[in-house]
Design a protein around this ligand. Structure first.
Ligand SMILES: Cc1cc2nc3c(=O)[nH]c(=O)nc-3n(C[C@H](O)[C@H](O)[C@H](O)COP(=O)(O)OP(=O)(O)OC[C@H]3O[C@@H](n4cnc5c(N)ncnc54)[C@H](O)[C@@H]3O)c2cc1C
Length: 293
């Protein structure tokens, strides 16, 4: 535990909002590994989320957790507050604009879009994500990214226009400056339902995720395919404890039920070391660490 007084101060400020002390947050990640956060805050509304951010900012370290699909939680947990967005699930459609709170799943966005004859995010079908996580990571595939479709984002500091979001490959100001995407407005295009369905099934058929528990691509494909390089270095199958480089796709690390976060981390470190040794390339993680490693 960090300074208990600072947590007492936060809990008092957040009266009426769900705040839990010393909670396991590893279970909220896709890998289901890792330890406890000193505080877990679960706001129910956008107002509660803003209140939660304001209560922790400058008082203790904090982390916004969406679906946990791209997060590795330290086995030692996190000395600070995790704010989980899972209950922020309101959404509305105004013409071609789709406005969603950050906890809405991208799968739900795509279903709504399709039901309302709107297109533009079909490529994202199959990316496990909340709206907030997708915007923060500028998630994407097949040369398209979620940021391309964003009109504006509402954060704790006000409205950020698309141009102000600093979208780049798997990055945005929400990642680099730690601003929270509370509501996101996507600008969609009218489209025929059968055209949308056709695109969705094509994108689904392209997607071949390796079997087993993973967080998707561990390393950024920035100017090169990390998986191809890892494969060429002969690292498929490299393992530590319960974690190993997938035999099917070398940019995926698969964790068995006996894996801990340290196993996954050690595989990441070994891959980086070997790729640097053999090819002189420094791989950079796309996966986000929560806590100390
Ligand atoms: C099987 C599999 C396949 C995948 N395929 C792809 C793919 O094709 N393309 C791709 O880009 N990714 C892919 N991923 C990675 C992952 O799905 C994306 O990174 C996704 O956008 C993460 O969303 P999340 O809600 O789970 O965010 P989390 O994992 O919870 O968080 C990721 C980051 O976003 C931040 N964040 C979350 N919510 C907010 C918010 N409201 N405001 C500000 N910051 C926030 C977190 O602090 C963290 O830094 C894949 C993952 C898996 C498991």
């Amino acid at each position: 535990m960090k300074d208990n007084n600072c947590y007492a101060f936060i809990i008092e400020k957040l009266e009426g909002i769900a705040v839990y002390k010393d909670q396991n947050v590893g279970v909220l990640s896709r890998y289901k590994t890792g330890g406890n956060a000193d505080l877990l805050i679960v706001p129910k509304t956008a107002e509660e989320l803003v209140k939660s951010i304001n209560a922790v900012k400058g008082v203790c370290p904090y982390f916004i957790l969406g679906g946990g699909n791209n997060v590795l939680v330290s086995d030692n947990g996190f000395r600070g507050a995790v704010i989980h967005t899972k209950n922020l699930t309101k959404r509305e459609i105004k013409g071609n604009l789709y406005i969603a709170e950050c906890g809405v799943k991208m799968q739900t966005v795509i279903e709504d879009m399709s039901l309302n004859s709107l297109g533009g995010l079909e490529f994202a079908v199959g990316i496990p994500s909340t709206v907030g996580g997708a915007v923060c990571m500028n998630a994407g595939c097949y040369g398209k990214s979620v940021g391309d479709v964003v009109c504006y984002v509402i954060t704790e500091n006000g409205i950020v226009s698309k141009g102000g979001c600093d979208f780049s490959y798997r990055s945005s100001k929400f990642l680099t400056e730690k601003e929270t995407a509370i509501k996101v407005c996507f600008s969609l295009k009218p489209s025929e339902p059968d055209v949308i369905e056709e695109k969705l099934s094509a994108y689904k058929s392209f997607r071949k995720n390796p079997r087993g528990k993973s967080c998707g691509s561990v390393f950024r494909n920035d100017g090169f395919y990390a998986g191809k390089i890892i494969d060429e270095c002969g690292l498929k199958g490299l393992s530590v404890g319960g974690a190993k480089v997938s035999q099917e796709h070398a940019n995926f690390i698969i964790a068995s039920s006996r894996a801990c976060s340290q196993d996954i981390y050690k595989v990441i470190e070994k891959v980086k070391e070997k790729v640097y040794e053999k090819r002189g390339i420094t791989l950079v993680e796309e996966i986000v660490y929560l806590g100390e490693f």
